[in-house]
Design a protein around this ligand. Structure first.
Ligand code: FNR
Length: 358
């Protein structure tokens, strides 16, 4: 019936260690809870008698027309949750006409993810974006970008909130540090010394700085988004360094704990970006009303992380499809109840109780 019920379904089916890996976050999981709670605190104030027979919810992202202002945020290791892994996720996203951000830490190689998306939506132009962590070892970032580019990815998403890995109590207690036999980080296969893709090859590096981003910027003509910028000053700096978009994210509460809910930061970040590039937001999006609130406060689109994993775990491609169908239906329903003819009508006037700078 709704996205939260998918979490219950997934919990029944998944190995408890893998369930904890997805559900959990850093330290006390304050930010995990804050993301959802902050959406609930914001109120919608609808308009009436506006006369719209249908509502437009498509959005153009870097030249690609998506059917919904929703993308699949990158989540690692999909074959832990369903045997088809990222292939199932890609098919569901492509058939729904939504962007999938596939992760560097995927258990299916990026070329096979893009191929699955293309095959699932013949005649369409499915958009798969590639998420990466800048790698300190020379040549590794370049090799990953080459693999993503040759595969046909339409944009790169660089996650910058992870100079070190967040401390996950649940994973530590469960002893979850690596993939089971038979699964690998396929994008890293044969990248270093002919090694299969070990999780430990994904380096988090506290030495990275804006110069590293500049090198990446200079090396690719693909649209480049930064994921994990939270401070408005960093948003401005990112634009000065030529990024093409921002994904406002606290990693679903999995990196620094006690950072604010992303929806609470959105007004400030939207003011800093001032419409110059697309601004996406993820963290706690579970309902059509959440999408409307984010768009009203200045997001171009939202991302979902855990809900797509719950769908995948519950029923593979069909589960992800159902999650997206539910969001599509709830978004349209909310737009109608708000008296909006489409997402273009969404402005801060529609919300109450957002943070003061809204
Ligand atoms: C993530 N996320 C993530 N982000 C990223 O940039 N690279 C990655 O490899 C991963 N992996 C990952 C695995 C799992 C299991 C989860 C739940 C999340 C973060 C993800 O992209 C996104 O920011 C959050 O999941 C959004 O919050 P919600 O929708 O899960 O509340």
């Amino acid at each position: 019936m709704n996205l939260r019920e998918f979490e219950s379904a997934a919990r029944e089916l998944l190995d408890p260690v893998h369930y904890d890996y997805v559900a959990g976050g850093a330290d006390d999981e304050v930010t995990v809870r804050a993301n959802e709670a902050a959406f609930a605190r914001i109120a919608l104030l609808p308009r009436v008698l506006r006369g719209a027979a249908s509502r437009e919810s498509g959005v153009t992202l870097f030249g690609h027309r998506a059917s919904l202002p929703v993308v699949l945020s990158p989540t690692a290791f999909h074959r832990l949750f369903h045997k088809e892994g990222e292939v199932a996720t890609a098919r569901a996203a492509a058939r729904a006409g939504v962007v999938m951000i596939t992760g560097m830490a995927s258990t299916v190689a990026v070329a096979d993810v893009v191929e699955a998306a293309r095959a699932a939506a013949p005649g369409r132009d499915p958009a798969v974006w590639f998420q990466l962590y800048l790698q300190p070892a020379p040549g590794v970032t370049e090799a990953l970008v080459r693999r993503a580019t040759e595969a046909g990815c339409a944009a790169l998403v660089v996650t910058v909130d992870s100079p070190v890995l967040g401390a996950h109590t649940r994973n530590a207690r469960n002893g979850f540090h690596d993939l089971p036999d038979g699964l690998a980080c396929e994008n890293l296969r044969d990248l270093l010394d002919g090694e299969p893709g070990h999780v430990r090859q994904i380096a988090m590096s506290p030495t990275l700085d804006w110069d590293d981003l500049d090198r990446l910027r200079a090396s690719t003509s693909l649209p480049l988004l930064l994921k994990g910028v939270l401070h408005p000053d960093d948003a401005r700096i990112a634009l000065d360094h030529g990024v093409d978009g921002l994904l406002l994210s606290n990693h679903g509460g999995r990196q620094l704990d006690t950072v604010p809910a992303t929806i609470d930061l959105l007004p400030e970040i939207a003011a800093a970006v001032a419409g110059r590039v697309p601004l996406l937001l993820d963290g706690g999006v579970r309902r059509g009303t959440d999408i409307v609130k984010a768009l009203a406060l200045g997001a171009t689109a939202v991302g979902i992380g855990r809900p797509a994993v719950w769908g995948l775990a519950a029923d593979g491609e069909n589960g992800v499809t159902r999650v997206l169908d539910i969001l599509r239906r709830e978004l349209d329903h909310t737009l109608a109840l708000c008296g909006a003819t489409g997402i273009a009508d969404l402005t801060p006037a529609l919300v109450r109780n957002a943070t003061a700078s809204a």
